[in-house]
Write a protein that binds this ligand. Structure first.
Ligand code: HEC
Length: 460
């Protein structure tokens, strides 16, 4: 039996009072307990893949800049030193002390370079953008019954009541890969995923103790595939100078050859004793070359300035299939722990002058222009925590409107929230300075318009 043990809340003893808090332990049938790996904060689900490797889902907090999935081998240290007191025990597979860990707000990979016992995550799930509380992990072993992505992983999120997809590859012996949305809108916060005999997935849920987008206190729902093949990113693989995307359907070649079809940037988080982290070292990236496979189902891109260890975010906003349809989910996040060796791409630069065969209307929508407010709130994940009239994880927008902030002030608060303004809310809003200013101001104008309509209503 395998057991993952959470830490107590920061300031309430973390891992100090009970043995092996913050550790993964293995218990044999005759009752012998063997510590396996340390450095856990709030593990909320784990699983073994078909190669027998162990992965667990971690939640943002002290020493954890963002949610993530980490591969654990015996003696690994996953990053949170709260339980390191027990590393001194004679049967600990890990010898490490707090003093050996740097706490200066530089990224985790910098700390790991100095201390290789620190295990970097296989995949980061950017906080608030891609989930807010990573929980269970389940590899699709249903041989095509559950999803069109056999062998990939389905990672649940408690706070955002959704199931995300994770594709992994091993580069230089290290696990890494991407995360992308899969299915949202469950009734409560998902903590457990299991396959039924028919290859459907049962999800077990609760929102007791920690709020979730799904409003029910608990629930059990079944997720199954209707068999239709969506137009999706199937897999992303790292290349020596960029990435290779494979798709579930052939792409429209003109659309993938245009630089304007992609928005790419990379960033990372701080590694520090403080709770969470803003996005740091954000850099926009440009495509140098594009190559399409003969069957039009693979697209390799070379990029100026890929960075080892960073999260590479791709928004394939203009990529269309042969019918001119956009992707079901256009944004994916790849964690580049290792850059593989291999020849550079020799391909033409993107050709933005090429006329597309697609009608202007479709391109406009798929490029995300002129998104309505609902679209903006969804795109920037605000709607995961806020609704217009009702309290979710954050206050209703109509309540925020009553504070009489200027649009500029709202912008400042979105970039740098001030949780003291809302003492009744258990969760703090993470700084969202990655959302473009123009979009936040548009949302701010809309929030303030709710106040005016409220006023009018009151006068009636
Ligand atoms: C992970 C949940 C979450 C997400 C995502 C989120 N918020 Fe919030 N938001 C909160 C919570 C909780 C509060 C109240 C506590 C606080 O300010 O930390 C809040 C407060 C606010 C406030 C009031 C600030 C103040 O100090 O009065 C504004 C404005 C706001 N959010 C706008 C947004 C916008 C716009 C987005 C999307 C770009 C967004 N939020 C995304 C959870 C979230």
């Amino acid at each position: 039996m395998w057991v993952s043990l959470n830490l107590a809340w920061v300031g309430f003893g973390e891992g100090k009072f009970a043995k092996w808090r913050g550790w993964f332990v293995k218990i044999s049938p005759d009752g012998k307990m063997e510590p396996f790996a340390g450095g856990l904060r709030s593990p909320a689900g784990y699983s073994f893949n078909d190669e027998g490797d162990l992965f667990y889902g971690e939640n943002q907090g002290d020493w954890v800049g963002s949610g993530r999935v980490t591969h654990l081998a015996k003696g690994d240290f996953a990053g949170n030193p709260g339980g390191l007191k027990w590393a001194k025990e004679p049967n600990s597979p890990l010898k490490l002390s707090l003093e050996e860990i740097q706490d200066n707000g530089s990224p985790m990979f910098e700390a790991a370079k100095k201390n290789p016992k620190i295990k970097l995550p296989a995949v980061w799930f950017p906080h608030a953008i891609m989930g807010i509380s990573t929980s269970d992990i389940l590899q699709d072993t249903t041989k095509g019954k559950f999803s069109p992505f056999p062998g990939q992983y389905f990672v649940a999120d408690q706070g955002q009541s959704k199931v995300m997809r994770m594709g992994l590859e091993k580069v230089n012996g290290v696990y890494q890969g991407f995360a992308i949305n899969y299915r949202e809108g469950f009734q409560s916060g998902i903590l457990r995923e299991r396959f039924g005999l028919d290859g459907s997935m049962f999800v077990g849920m609760t929102s007791r103790g920690w709020g979730s987008t799904g409003k029910d206190e608990f629930g059990l729902q079944r997720l199954f595939w209707n068999g239709n093949m969506p137009f999706e990113i199937d897999m992303i693989k790292a290349k020596s100078d960029g990435f290779e995307f494979s798709f579930t359907q052939p792409v429209d070649v003109n659309s993938v050859k245009k630089a304007a079809s992609y928005a790419i940037r990379s960033y990372i988080y701080k590694y520090q004793h403080q709770y969470g982290s803003p996005i740091i070292e954000l850099k926009d990236l440009k495509i140098k070359g594009v190559e399409v496979s003969a069957d039009h189902k693979k697209v390799r891109i070379s990029i100026d300035g890929i960075r080892q260890y960073f999260i590479h975010e791709f928004t394939l906003k203009g990529v269309l299939n042969e019918k001119g349809e956009p992707l079901l989910h256009e944004t994916a996040y790849y964690t580049l722990n290792e850059i593989p060796a291999g020849p550079a791409l020799v391909a033409a630069a993107p050709q933005d002058e090429i006329k597309t065969t697609v009608s202007a209307r479709v391109v406009k929508n798929s490029l995300g222009y002129e998104l309505g407010i609902t679209g903006l709130l969804k795109k920037h994940t605000c709607s995961a925590c806020h609704a217009k009239d009702s309290k979710l994880i954050g206050p209703a927008f109509t309540e925020i409107a009553k504070r009489n902030y200027s649009n500029q002030k709202i912008l400042e608060l979105v970039y740098k929230p001030n949780p003291q303004n809302w003492p009744d809310f258990a969760t703090e809003m993470a700084p969202m300075s990655h959302v473009p200013k123009a979009d936040v101001l548009k949302i701010a104008g809309w929030i303030n318009s709710l106040r005016e309509t409220e006023g009018l209503k009151n006068r009636d």
